[in-house]
Design a binder for this molecule. Structure first.
Ligand code: FMN
Length: 388
């Protein structure tokens, strides 16, 4: 399946985003993207890789119910893609073995990009590739246990900070271990989500591991950006995170761009409001609880409504909805005949946390190999993780 994917137009991947890329969101991306291409008279075939929310390998092995729910897929999700986080090669290996044996997914991505202090403080996430021995053992164990049956990929950042860059070594080690691709977010952990992603690092990785596909990630806000990422860096695909928040149709526009077709224009407010409602309905169905689903939808409101004229009182009420009827009543007050302008549609959204110092275990940067004490510390890095 992935050989076909890599043989055709550049790969398009929905970046794993904790708290966002659940079944409801993946479905709305799929539907809105197919629809926008249909409206433009283009035939669609969706090879987009929509990655689910990250799960920890330990929780998966323990069959934690919340974790198992995170990797539930709808029957028509043709590429069931999961992201695993782990710090122990044996546990990662066993989790991968379980995924393969029980046919839980068609793709396993490994997360080495998390910059959250509670994770890096213990040597996990984006702090981990600094320790080349541990990183190599984790990736090798995952690839070995996938046994050629499920493609394993890695996702990483440039490094800890500008003085402790890891991506070239980590990319080479992953390539040697036999991963299917390496996705690089062009920021260091210290950069968090601030500033601009450095696409020149992505080009360097492409040159550094010529026999392993590289996917580029960071600051793709439009189909034109996706095309530019491919031509500028030579990547075999793109990974889209914040650009699709409130803009689930973006994947359809990128598919058109990669197919050399006219990029469908930005939708009318009427379509956006309909997809917003669809997203809310799917969240309520997914949780089996209308209040819970409506409450989760609140955080998506500002993203969907960016660039649409909505009274400030209505905006405030939308951010506090508790039911679908309430949502309907509020959406009915918005003028549906507005069209999103390109500059607003393509402007940054989502997290913008600026540069900050990375919290690491004591003495972590002194050596690129693990000490006995560090092994103990890192083992506890898996316990309280949530997203990257
Ligand atoms: C809300 C949110 C949650 C995220 N969770 C994860 C995660 O669980 N795993 C991961 O590898 N990256 C995670 N990321 C990082 C994204 O996958 C992506 O690498 C990053 O947003 C940069 O891409 P972008 O500029 O297209 O947004 C998250 C980002 C956001 C905004």
């Amino acid at each position: 399946m992935f050989a076909d994917l890599l043989a055709n137009n550049p790969v398009i991947e929905l970046a794993p985003m904790a708290g966002v890329t659940n079944r409801a969101f993946r479905r709305v991306c799929k539907e809105a993207s197919a629809e926008i291409r249909d409206q433009a008279g283009q035939t669609d075939s969706d090879g987009t890789v929509y990655v689910a929310e990250m799960t920890t390998s330990q929780a998966l092995l323990m069959r934690n119910q919340e974790t198992l729910d995170l990797i539930k897929f709808d029957g028509d999700e043709n590429i069931r893609s999961i992201q695993l986080y782990g710090v122990d090669p044996k546990i990662i290996g066993r989790a991968v073995e379980m995924v393969v044996a029980e046919e839980l997914a068609d793709h396993i991505d490994l997360n080495f990009g998390c910059p959250v202090p509670k994770v890096t403080r213990k040597g996990g996430g984006s702090a981990l590739p600094w320790k080349r021995d541990l990183y190599r053992d984790i990736v090798t164990s995952a690839v070995k246990n996938a046994n050629g049956k499920v493609p394993v990929t890695v996702k990483m950042r440039i490094g800890i900070d500008q003085d402790h860059v890891t991506y070239l070594d980590a990319g080479r080690i992953a390539a040697e271990a036999g991963v299917t691709w390496v996705a690089l977010h062009g920021r260091t952990a210290a950069q968090y989500y601030g500033g601009e992603a450095d696409w020149s690092a992505i080009s360097k990785l492409v040159e550094h591991i010529p026999n392993t596909p590289v996917l580029g990630n960071g600051d793709i806000w439009s189909a034109a950006d996706a095309k530019r990422m491919v031509t500028q860096t030579g990547v075999r695909g793109v990974v889209i995170g914040r650009g699709c928040l409130g803009r689930p149709w973006l994947f359809g526009q990128i598919r058109s761009a990669f197919a050399g077709e006219q990029i469908p224009s930005e939708p009318m407010a009427s379509d956006i409001l309909r997809w917003l409602k669809r997203h809310a309905t799917l969240l309520c169905q997914m949780h089996g609880d209308e209040f819970y689903g409506a409450r989760e939808m609140r955080k998506h409101m500002a993203w969907y409504l960016k660039g649409i004229v909505v009274g400030s009182e209505t905006r405030g009420q939308l951010a506090l909805i508790s039911s679908l009827t309430e949502l309907d009543d509020l959406l009915a007050t918005i003028d549906p005949n507005q069209r999103l302008t390109e500059d607003i549609a393509h402007s940054p959204r989502g997290r913008t946390t600026p540069e900050k110092k990375v919290t690491l275990p004591e003495g972590w940067l002194n050596s690129q190999n693990m000490s006995q004490v560090e092994q103990e510390t890192v083992r506890t890095a898996e316990l309280s993780v949530s997203g990257g």
